[in-house]
Design a protein around this ligand. Structure first.
Ligand code: HEM
Length: 528
């Protein structure tokens, strides 16, 4: 062998290695290069700016907005996000330029989740608008008002259940709130009583329907908590965040490997799909039976969607996904909000005092009065402020995702088609310009007759998102949360358990959740 071929061989290896290095660097840095005209922190290879999120938690977005201005770049792995942290610019993205921002941009583990991909949250363009128009009727005020008695009976049932935990014992309020709203949503979405808050049912009971419901909810909890965005999810979802195109191949391989989180997620997704399909098929059969017997129509989500002209648009798989999405979206966020209200109120005696006075005044001389949807809207002004301030203080969805469908200018920055633009309601909620002393819990700041409320930008407080793509369950949740608070505070007050950590710790997934629950002590207000 002569020297020349050997040198050529080494040379070829070097050239190939350099070419591969160049291609990898180009692949990783291309998104940064395209967005370099937008200010922001320098991304590291592969992880982008995720290390900042790990260090500071979501406060990082307030820190970056202060440093770089209201429009800045943040790299989630390779993916560039353009963050918008200004109320007027949020209005532009969410409302004024909605035509260019109809769709949500979502990390691959969420967008490709078989359980979510046919729901309203992930669907895009004309299919989304057709689906949204179809289900919007269920959120009309008259339909919501008709749900009050059901909500009421479940809330009373759960409240009785809390009462059973006496003697200064701790309750994990957040778990209880998830059970409560899952029950409410089970009824509202499927017309089924999951019975999670039924005092007369043994939660671990062995009736087969009870067991099935428990299993369903266990899987449901798995879906809610496994969609994490902070690099602590399954291996494929971590890889998917760093290099989105690798998510699917990794998932395909890992779901075959015993013991992996991907395998468990795959099992749960399949099983949930199977159960949802069965529930939809049952509901369709029952509906036909109702029609043939001329019985009164049912008003749960499934029956309404099945009964509408929607059948051509919504095949059973879409209907199943929509109904399931209701349970998923409809239990976790309202439960988070209710738990934060109770947590914050029990820390602020002056707020608790005013709230109790308002609740008691409503029932004065009418002990068995049931608040109507109208009452909830108009007769509890302070409660309204308490709920808003709690949502501002601890926001369950501090980021709202959009994607540009053409070239568009936001705040003086021209963004190419396909840019991921994320609004930051969590940053707006802590901005002293709109919320003086943002670290103080002060419900009165939302008093509509007060100066602070009048001065505030109309889109500075957007915990349910903004524009045509705003949360569809917005009014539904406010109604159930208010109803729950009224019933709870008629009977109890709450105090922090000594075993609860302070300050509260959170985990960041599709929505924010508590790391260790919200542990409270329940005190009966009127001991017989
Ligand atoms: C406190 C409770 C809740 C909060 C804070 C909340 C928050 C949000 C947010 C921030 C969005 C994104 C909006 C946007 O992109 O502009 C959203 C979307 C959505 N929410 Fe909620 N949500 C809550 C309760 C509910 C409930 C009870 C349901 C179901 C009944 C629900 C169903 C949905 C759906 C289906 C979407 C997607 C809407 C679409 O893309 O058209 N949410 N929610």
């Amino acid at each position: 062998m002569g020297m020349l071929p050997m040198l050529l061989g080494e040379y070829a290896v070097t050239v190939v290695a350099m070419a591969v290095g160049f291609l990898v660097a180009t692949y990783l840095y291309e998104p940064y290069w395209k967005m370099r005209h937008v200010p922001g922190p320098v991304p590291l290879p592969l992880i982008g700016n995720l290390h900042l999120l790990a260090w500071h938690g979501p406060d990082v977005f307030s820190v970056l907005a202060r440093k770089h201005g209201p429009v800045f770049r943040f790299h989630m792995g390779r993916q560039a996000l353009i963050m918008v942290a200004d109320a007027e610019l949020c209005r532009q993205v969410g409302i004024r330029k909605f035509k260019s921002f109809r769709n949500r941009s979502l990390p691959s583990p969420i967008a490709k989740s078989p359980i979510l991909e046919k729901g309203l949250f992930v669907t895009r363009d004309s299919r989304w608008s057709a689906m949204r128009n179809t289900v919007a009727s269920i959120y009309q005020p008259s339909h919501l008002a008709s749900l009050v008695p059901t909500m009421h009976s479940y809330i009373q049932r759960a409240a009785r259940n809390i009462g059973g935990v006496g003697g200064g014992q701790d309750v994990d309020f957040s778990t209880l709130a998830v059970s409560l709203f899952t029950d409410v949503m089970g009824q509202a979405a499927f017309g089924l009583d999951f019975g999670l808050t039924a005092a007369d049912k043994n939660p671990g009971g062995d009736s087969s329907s009870n067991k099935q419901a428990q299993e369903f909810v266990k899987m449901h909890a798995h879906v809610t908590t496994s969609l994490k965005m902070d690099m602590t999810g399954s291996l494929s979802s971590i890889v998917g965040q760093l290099v989105p195109s690798l998510h699917r191949p990794f998932q395909e391989v890992l779901r075959r490997v015993p013991g992996t989180a991907d395998r468990e997620t795959d099992r749960v997704n399949r099983e949930l799909r199977r159960q949802m399909d069965a529930i939809v098929a049952d509901a369709a059969r029952e509906r036909d039976l109702h029609y043939s017997r001329q019985q009164q129509k049912k008003n749960d989500f499934l029956s309404v969607v099945l009964g509408g002209a929607a059948e051509k648009l919504l095949t059973p798989d879409y209907i199943g996904a929509l109904a399931y999405e209701h349970i998923l979206a409809g239990s976790a966020s309202p439960a988070f909000t209710l738990s934060t209200v109770v947590y914050l109120v029990s820390k602020h005696p002056e707020v608790e005092d005013r709230l109790l006075k308002e609740v008691d005044a409503f029932f004065l001389d009418h002990d068995d009065r049931l608040p109507t949807a109208d009452d909830l809207h108009t007769n509890f002004p302070y409660l309204d402020q308490v709920v808003k301030e709690s949502m501002r203080f601890y926001m369950s969805s501090p980021l709202v995702a959009r994607e540009s469908s053409d070239k568009v200018d936001i705040g003086g920055y021209v963004l190419p088609k396909g840019t991921w633009v994320w609004l930051a309601p969590g940053v707006l909620a802590k901005d002293p310009i709109n919320f003086p002393d943002p670290e103080l819990f002060r419900p009165e700041r939302f008093d509509p007759t007060g100066d602070e409320d009048k001065r505030r930008h109309p889109y500075a407080f957007i915990p349910f998102g903004i524009g045509p793509r705003i949360c569809i369950g917005y009014k539904f949740s406010i109604q159930e949360i208010k109803l729950a608070i009224i019933h709870l505070y008629r009977q109890y007050i709450f105090r922090h358990s000594p075993s609860m950590e302070s300050p509260l710790q959170f985990q960041y997934g599709v929505i924010v959740n508590f790391k260790h629950g919200v542990k409270l002590q329940v005190i009966h207000r009127h001991k017989e």
